[in-house]
Design a binder for this molecule. Sequence first.
Ligand SMILES: NC(=O)C1=CN([C@@H]2O[C@H](COP(=O)(O)OP(=O)(O)OC[C@H]3O[C@@H](n4cnc5c(N)ncnc54)[C@H](O)[C@@H]3O)[C@@H](O)[C@H]2O)C=CC1
Ligand SMILES: O=C(O)CCC(=O)C(=O)O
Length: 313
Amino acid sequence: MEPWRVLVTDGLQDTGISILSKEAQVDDHKGISAEELLKEIGNYDALIVRGRTKVTSEVIEAGKKLKVIGRAGVGVDNIDTAYAKEKGVIVVNAPTATTTAVAELAMGMVFALAREIPRADASMKRGEWAKKEFEGVELYGKTLGIIGFGRIGSTVGQMAAAVGMRIMACCLFRIPETIRIIGGELLMMDDIIEKSDFITIHTPLSDETRGMINAEAFARMKDGVYLICTARGGIIDEKALLDALNSGKVAGAALDVFETEPPVFKELINHPKVIATPHMAGQTNEAQRRASMDIAKEVTAALKGDKLHWKIV
Ligand SMILES: NC(=O)C1=CN([C@@H]2O[C@H](COP(=O)(O)OP(=O)(O)OC[C@H]3O[C@@H](n4cnc5c(N)ncnc54)[C@H](O)[C@@H]3O)[C@@H](O)[C@H]2O)C=CC1
Ligand SMILES: O=C(O)CCC(=O)C(=O)O
């Protein structure tokens, strides 16, 4: 029998490539263009992507031998999962690998916003000593509203509770035990929006969450609220955020994800009260190693017809 062929299009750590190579022929074609992918995909049994590659219905249609699509990470909003299901192509992800990394960046953003660390650092590098400009706020006793209390949101909750923040969370599907352990409250999203000093977003991008943080939501927030988003671009209405920053309603925003990536809305990125990072929350060495191993094992299991842990469709 011919060996299975696996195409990797957004890079994968060597540990994962080694696991796959025991069972299949692996082609690492990092950065492949959309046109090239359409031409090549017909030769492969499996495709492994991160967030860059758009796995459209056309790609799935062209993948005549395609049995499984693996997402080395969490969000599958770049994969047409409905069409994959229709075509009998399995979609799997590696949902636990990056939880700690994303939560740590979100917490880092909370600290960075409260003390304006990036702006202070930039002023020092310009040779200034602007000590009087930087009076921050303490986190102790402040309320952190967590929208989406799943793996990442609940990990952020534990970290923030440890520095003395009061935790409020809202969640659609499950009510984790964690909220009770950390002494937090589960509330409706409206309450979170109105009562929080800091709001951090950890939901997937879906029909329901797209544009969820809009002008109306900003109007209901406390004056001087801080906003953090490491979830997905499109959940926050970026134009409404810019207006809220300019009016002073929002005292600072930290964003890892954008409606268009790389971002084109430069006015938002360049705003002095915005801290921006290039969709790197899940990108620690440890997290990417775990993601590469998890997805390699899961894709191999799908090819062999073995039991799957993280089947999306
Ligand atoms: N910036 C980055 O590099 C990364 C971003 N992410 C993003 O983080 C998201 C969350 O990841 P996990 O915590 O692992 O997922 P998860 O599935 O464990 O948690 C998401 C939670 O959001 C809740 N939720 C969904 N819709 C909601 C709504 N309308 N209102 C309130 N809650 C809602 C769900 O009930 C669920 O508990 C991913 O979907 C992905 O988009 C994940 C990894 C890396
Ligand atoms: O893999 C990436 O490029 C980013 C990680 C991410 O956003 C996710 O896992 O959902």
